[in-house]
Ligand binder design. Structure first.
Ligand code: NIG
Ligand code: FE
Length: 411
């Protein structure tokens, strides 16, 4: 099955196949073709160019994109979309004056989500998760990283990862799985942190490796959660099973987690709302990408990741949603891109680059996703008729998407 998209007002993010990530300087440019066509064959982008050259091309289906823009689908490199129930009561508790930390300290937060998930069947967890997944696909997400970390027991962590595996099989979008056993300390281990780490290392990891349930390993490196020593243990154990680190770090405190992640060749360091010059220095000359999660800052009213500073230092930056029940109950990448422009002062070019090609890099798939490139997967957003790509982040909170194509299929 071939699809020809014609009369595209502007085709965005046109790149050579060897572009795998963009530095801060390169992020300033968003290469485009005006008055363009694009040809899909099955699941692959096979051709594109100026409409002047289109007359000879035939296809099974033609989509007329007059007045519309076409860009790659969003690559959301950090989510916790598999979870059970919600935490809307904690949302109200925060409005009434409790802090995120107060809520966690009284047994709410991550351990609250874990309790609900432990009591939810695998089928029910799958059904709740795919309702959210279908929604973000309609909002233009064509590739997604999904973490475990709301199980916190061997059974429940494996249940989460098996649900992710099932999603991978059943849906056309690209899925990468991350094991986040060290997300919070379960109540039973309140006074025995090493006991829980040992369980992750000796019980969970071997089983996950045996069933091939994860590609990446994560830990919440934060005061009150897991420290540098714990992080080192977990990353070393992950290495034994070829799990590449992508870690939660510097959300509330900066204490050397980024340098440690870089030392372990992490693919990404995520959050970074708190960032000091040493962290920036550690990221320079590394292959580790910084990932900002502006919807989390918005929802928790915490500082935004200094994305401007990261880009101005020449470093690559990716944007992701952090979709989860506690700090970001939204997976809308259009909102993420707008918020990055409005609150972090990224330009539309920088924000779109951060949510496409650099997002793909942050989940290890930029050789096949994240740009309009011959041979890459046909994952495309066709917008409604709009004046220019600046309009996407500018007119925030509205849905500017007309059609989403994932793996060559119209969603
Ligand atoms: O990325 N920071 C750690 N983990 C999640 C939120 C966890 C929760 O509150 O459920 C995050 O923000
Ligand atoms: Fe997260």
């Amino acid at each position: 099955m071939s699809i020809l998209i014609t009369n595209i007002q502007e085709l965005l993010q046109v790149r050579e196949e060897n572009t795998l990530k963009l530095s801060g300087n390169q992020m300033k440019e968003l290469p485009t073709i005006k008055d363009a066509y694009l040809l899909i064959d099955n699941d692959t982008i096979v051709d594109f160019g100026s409409m002047i050259d289109v007359s000879t091309i035939k296809a099974d289906k033609i989509i007329d994109a007059t007045g519309k823009l076409v860009l790659p689908t969003w690559c959301d490199s950090h989510t916790h979309i598999v979870y059970a129930g919600d935490r809307s009561q904690e949302f109200v508790d925060r409005i009434n004056g409790l802090s995120y930390e107060d809520i966690a300290n009284r047994g709410g937060g991550i351990t609250n989500s874990a309790k609900i998930l432990q009591n939810t069947s695998e089928d029910e967890l799958y059904n709740q998760s795919i309702a959210r997944l279908k929604n973000v696909m309609k909002l233009g997400t064509g590739a997604i990283e999904i973490k475990s970390g709301y199980g916190l027991t061997p059974e429940a962590e494996l249940k989460m990862l098996r649900v992710i595996k099932r999603i991978k099989k059943e849906f056309p979008l690209k899925v990468k799985a991350t094991f986040l056993g060290a997300h919070a300390l379960p109540l039973e281990y309140k006074d025995n942190k090493q006991g829980y780490l040992d369980q992750i290392i000796n019980v969970m990891l071997p089983q996950i490796a045996k069933e091939n349930l994860a590609q990446y390993i994560d830990i919440f490196c934060e005061k009150g959660y897991f420290d540098l020593n714990d992080t080192e243990q977990i990353l070393n154990a992950g290495k034994h099973y070829n799990l590449i680190p992508k870690i939660h770090v510097n959300q509330f405190n900066a204490f050397g987690g980024i340098a440690l992640a870089v030392k372990h060749n992490a693919l990404s360091v995520d959050h970074l709302e708190q960032l000091n010059p040493k962290d920036i220095k550690a990221l320079k000359d590394s292959d580790t990408i910084a990932v900002a999660l502006p919807s989390c800052s918005y929802f928790l009213s915490i500082p935004y990741t200094p994305g401007r500073q990261i880009i101005d230092a020449g470093l690559p930056l990716a944007l992701a949603s952090d979709y989860n029940p506690g700090s970001t109950p939204s997976g809308n990448m259009n909102f993420v891109v707008s918020t990055a422009c409005i609150k972090m002062r990224l330009t539309p070019e920088e924000a779109i680059n951060a949510a496409t090609i650099n997002g793909a890099y942050a989940m290890g798939i930029s050789n096949q996703y994240g740009s309009i490139t011959k041979g890459k997967k046909a994952n495309l957003i066709i917008t409604k008729p709009i004046s220019s790509y600046n309009y996407l982040p500018y007119a925030f909170g509205d849905n500017h998407i007309d059609t989403v194509i994932i793996n060559g299929q119209v969603i």
